[in-house]
Ligand binder design. Structure first.
Ligand SMILES: Cc1cc2nc3c(=O)[nH]c(=O)nc-3n(C[C@H](O)[C@H](O)[C@H](O)COP(=O)(O)OP(=O)(O)OC[C@H]3O[C@@H](n4cnc5c(N)ncnc54)[C@H](O)[C@@H]3O)c2cc1C
Length: 375
């Protein structure tokens, strides 16, 4: 007799694994199919910042969604450790956004006012204040915005922890299994077809990151997903140089728990080749060494690329697909998928179960939405 799953999730990135975790925890029989290995896509390339404030300059549903997701992280850290044994390396030491010009400093002042308006902490620091907190930061800066609430995790650990925790609740995770087609009967999904097997389920979730566009043929609304390639470097200084994440125009430096620092990231729309360019690395190192001069003595560990799944209006698609009953989409988290993973898992599990969900989020993240005017 053929095995019937409640849900099949296509994609073992942070989004697919978070959804699988929430569904498995609620008692469903879940299957995750991953074409390579868990966390082999954007979710292993990410720096892991939880930039719910640093990334946003405007109010809107995504800003709210992001802050709610950030708030979930301390509880998710505990749960994932309990059910997977993996430490997701949550660091809650805040972030500093640097101003290198007077114009940028003015902008940071406006940002601080905007953040305070929404009840968030954000303080503009003088260069002396900044250097009293992080001594290795350049004395050339004009000031900084301190955001105590934004933290960071290890992206790859979070993704693997979600997958393992899902398995602890009975989910199956099959790697090296690429979904080639969906099985659709009478406009209703009934499973998926891989190169060697067919798997059956009542519901299917497309959580395939930038590759979700490969499934565009199953719905009429153009989801307009495209890659934004990002290059990163990992360096290891002899001694820790900073405690908190340092962020500036076009460059961030994220100090990790084990002593290495991730420097990122370039932003190259519509590029999807794995090449790490000399120019990209040069420009990142140049900016990073300007911010923290002692980075020049750090050992370069590795360089890599990843592909952010971007949509035309920078909002993810979290919705059911009207044309095919039982088909769902959770993709397009662009540069904030690690931050948004906890809330996306909960939101999608509620949507799939048919529970009440926020009408604001439903409308904002719908596939049928009109072009977004707020981010
Ligand atoms: C350089 C860089 C830095 C970033 N930094 C941050 C950060 O600091 N903070 C943050 O919040 N976000 C960050 N992001 C964004 C974040 O990485 C993404 O938004 C997030 O990882 C997207 O997760 P995902 O699960 O949707 O996609 P992915 O992680 O790409 O996962 C999709 C998975 O689906 C699989 N798949 C595709 N097609 C199929 C198929 N047909 N069958 C089976 N499996 C399939 C893929 O192999 C892949 O593993 C960064 C991204 C990049 C590239």
């Amino acid at each position: 007799m053929r095995k019937m799953y409640d849900q099949i999730v296509i994609g073992g990135g942070v989004i697919g694994c978070s959804i699988a975790y929430q569904l498995a925890k609620r008692g469903y029989q879940v299957l995750v199919l991953e074409k390579d290995s868990v966390a082999s896509g954007a979710s292993s390339a990410a720096a892991g910042m939880l930039g719910a404030q640093v990334e946003f300059t405007q109010d809107g549903p995504l800003f709210q969604f992001a802050r709610e997701s950030r708030q979930l992280y301390p509880q998710i850290e505990k749960e994932l450790f309990e059910y997977s044994g993996i430490d997701i390396q949550l660091i809650q030491k805040g972030m500093y956004k640097m101003a290198l010009t007077e114009e940028q400093l003015n902008h940071l002042q406006q940002l601080a006012a905007f953040q305070k308006q929404f009840g968030e902490e954000a303080y503009v620091l003088t260069p002396d204040d900044m250097m009293a907190r992080e001594q290795k930061v350049s004395n050339q800066i004009k000031g900084a915005l301190h955001i105590p609430g934004d933290g960071q995790v290890s992206a790859i650990h979070v993704t693997k922890a979600f997958a393992k925790a899902a398995e602890s609740f009975g989910a199956e995770v099959k790697e090296n299994t690429s979904v080639e087609e969906l099985l659709i009967e009478n406009e209703k999904v009934s499973g998926v077809v891989t190169k060697s097997e067919t798997f059956y389920a009542e519901k299917v979730v497309l959580a395939s990151g930038v590759w979700t566009k490969d499934f565009q043929r199953y719905f009429t609304k153009d989801t307009e997903m495209y890659p934004v390639k990002g290059e990163c470097i990992s360096v290891r200084p002899d001694q820790p140089l900073v405690e908190a994440t340092i962020f500036s125009e076009g460059c961030y430096i994220v100090p990790k728990k084990d002593g290495h620092m991730i420097i990122g990231a370039t932003s190259l729309p519509y590029q999807m080749d794995k090449k790490v360019s000399a120019g990209g690395i040069h420009s990142l190192l140049d900016k990073a060494m300007y911010l923290i001069p002692e980075i020049k003595d750090a050992e370069i560990e590795k360089v890599w690329t990843g592909f952010r799944p971007q949509t035309k209006d920078e909002l993810p698609y979290l919705d059911k697909v009207d044309e095919v009953e039982g088909l769902f989409i959770a993709a397009g988290h662009y540069r904030n998928g690690i931050l948004l993973a906890p809330i996306t898992g909960l939101f999608m599990a509620d949507l799939i179960e048919g529970k009440a969900i926020s009408s604001v989020y439903q409308e904002a993240f719908s596939i049928k939405r009109k072009q977004n005017t707020y981010v």
